[in-house]
Design a protein around this ligand. Structure first.
Ligand code: OOB
Length: 553
């Protein structure tokens, strides 16, 4: 096992093997298997129409492997990938896999401090990125990190033209085909990043065995087969886009992956029509945006069968809005890079699809919902979600102290999510344990208030956040994006009095306790986003704090 990763207990590993959950397959072997079955089928195509068949993808990845090896990168070396949704992502990823090196999945939105942190923390030998992505000079960032490390006496190989890694001729192409059997499926295959909205992302060691299991289960639950055409609209290296069922689930099934440079509807909707996309995945704010842009011409989305929505809470009102607009099935996904993934099922009643976050993928997923003393709460009561299972990690990479608080002594991961389990076994996410607003001792679930407000069509989106208050401890602030009220992206301004009155009345009339009514309403241009496009409450709280501080001075 890669040093710094926390292994499964021998007993549980034995059980998972015996149950056939872990079957020893690896990513290179998966790709090779798809080549044998689907060699001439298109594996990946990008927005400009460039494409690779399975055979070409495998060959390109072997060229990348040979070049990386020649550059001195070897077995178990960590390689940070900061790649946007480009065609090269897959050949590079599999190239790194072939040589037994360990990718670390950064996202294009990560800034220099985070990239430097990943390189140091993972002790990476290489960083592969592009010169530019949208307006971000990722190449300059990579060289700045390289310089920083050089100052510490460490060398970092930086590659900012991934297409050059695929150039021929290269020596020794194909040697990995025979070596790949040596990759241990129970060892760490890559380091994923935690998606939390607080602090620096932590590194999450996932094994081939555990991740391959998630692909097989996801393919089955989402009905992904060799006819699937999956649109990667969200950042490709995020766990959701990668595996639920994502890019890798599609390659396992022998389908086609379409990579979109951004999730914007004006980019993705034409791509869906052109490539006859059958399935894609979005975070809730983006799904709401798509729902507003669904073209009048129903033919544009005729091929789309399934829209997966996950990554953040989809409120009931948002779910209803999206279901009404999108001419396809919805599936909610409540997952985490640490492991556990829940889906609503394709044959679930609409009520379940719209109002729950589904149930675990595997019957071997263990779920505990507990109170503050870690005692199980009765069915239907909200509590902290703890989980353990065949694809959930046992610890973050090189993080002993964090692991002591994030895992129980018997190996359950503390997700930080507040959930309740319905009688039918479906989970409903009520918020993050840290996101409860504590107003003079009354606990307020932000998502409940948001759900009520989103029922008003004039409200495009809303976040309800706490702001420190001398009297109340915390007061409730509703930050709104209103229809027909365009503001500069980072603007925050007090809402007109009649809007605030209407909002408060709406919350009181909904049946929520009176203390849930926002103490203050603010209008925003855009919401700050996390690297994968979830609305960031943390950044919004910071912006509000800055606004209050500057108003006071
Ligand atoms: C996915 O993974 P991460 O690691 O970026 O974020 C995990 C956290 C969860 O602990 C939860 O707080 C939140 O994101 N979350 C949801 C949710 N899906 C994720 N909260 C409410 N409802 C949902 N449907 O975000 C991720 C990984 C794999 C598949 C899908 C999402």
């Amino acid at each position: 096992m890669l040093a710094g990763a926390v292994p499964f207990s021998a007993e549980r590993a034995r059980q998972y093997r015996a149950a056939g959950l872990w079957n020893g397959s690896t990513f290179p072997a998966m790709l090779h298997d798809s080549v044998l079955r689907r060699g001439e089928h298109v594996a990946v195509v990008d927005a400009s129409g460039r494409s690779l068949t399975y055979r070409q993808l495998e060959h390109a990845s072997l060229v990348v492997a040979a070049r990386m090896r020649a550059a001195g990168v070897g077995d178990r070396d960590r390689v940070v990938l900061q790649l946007p949704n480009v065609l090269e992502f897959l050949p590079v990823l599999f190239g790194v896999f072939w040589i037994g090196a360990v990718p670390v999945f950064a996202l294009p939105a990560h800034r220099r401090e985070s990239i430097a942190h990943f390189v140091r923390h993972a002790d990476a030998v290489a960083l592969i990125t592009v010169e530019r992505h949208l307006r971000d000079p990722l190449g300059d960032v990579a060289r700045a990190v390289q310089e920083e490390l050089r100052g510490e006496g460490r060398e970092l190989l930086v590659i900012t033209h991934p297409e050059q890694l695929m150039e021929e001729p290269a020596d020794g192409v194909g040697e990995e085909l025979t070596r790949c059997a040596a990759i241990d499926a129970e060892d760490v295959a890559f380091l994923q990043l935690s998606g939390g909205t607080t602090g620096t992302p932590k590194l999450i060691p996932r094994t081939s065995d555990d991740y391959m299991l998630t692909l097989r289960l996801s393919d089955e639950i989402c009905a992904v087969d060799q006819d699937a055409v999956y649109l990667a609209a969200l950042p490709i290296a995020h766990n959701f886009t990668m595996s639920s069922p994502g890019v890798l689930g599609t390659l396992l099934a022998g389908g086609t992956v379409v990579v979109a440079p951004t999730p914007a509807p004006d980019v993705c909707l034409p791509l869906i029509r052109r490539e006859r996309v059958t399935i894609t995945a979005l975070v809730p704010p983006m799904a709401l945006l798509w729902a507003r842009h669904v073209p009048q011409d129903p033919d544009v989305l005729a091929s789309l069968r399934t829209l997966l929505i996950g990554g953040a809470k989809l409120t009931d009102a948002a779910a209803e809005r999206i279901a009404a607009a999108m001419p396809c099935r919805l599936q909610q996904v409540f997952g985490m890079a640490e492991g556990l993934v829940n889906y609503t099922r394709l044959d679930d009643p609409l009520e379940v699809v719209l109002h729950t976050q589904g149930r675990p993928m595997s019957e071997h997923d263990e779920i505990r919902i507990v109170d503050e003393q870690d005692r199980p709460v009765p069915r239907g009561t909200v509590g902290d979600l703890l989980t353990r299972g065949p694809y959930t990690i046992n610890g973050y990479y090189r993080a002993e102290e964090t692991n002591r608080v994030s895992f129980t002594s018997d190996g359950f991961y503390r997700t930080g999510d507040l959930v309740r389990m319905r009688e039918d076994g479906c989970l409903v996410v009520e918020g993050r344990s840290k996101d409860l607003i504590n107003r003079a001792g009354e606990k307020i679930v932000a998502a409940h208030v948001e759900d009520v407000l989103l029922r008003d069509r004039r409200i495009l989106d809303v976040l309800v956040v706490p702001v420190p208050d001398d009297v109340l401890g915390e007061r409730v602030v509703a930050v709104l994006r209103l229809q027909g009220h365009a503001l500069p992206a980072d603007a925050l301004e007090p809402a007109p009095a009649e809007v605030a009155r209407r909002v408060r009345r709406q919350v009181r009339d909904s049946g929520l306790p009176a203390f849930c009514a926002p103490d203050e309403c603010v209008l925003a241009g855009d919401f700050p986003m996390t690297a994968v496009g979830k609305s960031s409450r943390r950044d919004l709280r910071r912006m509000l704090a800055r606004r209050i501080a500057s108003a006071a001075s």
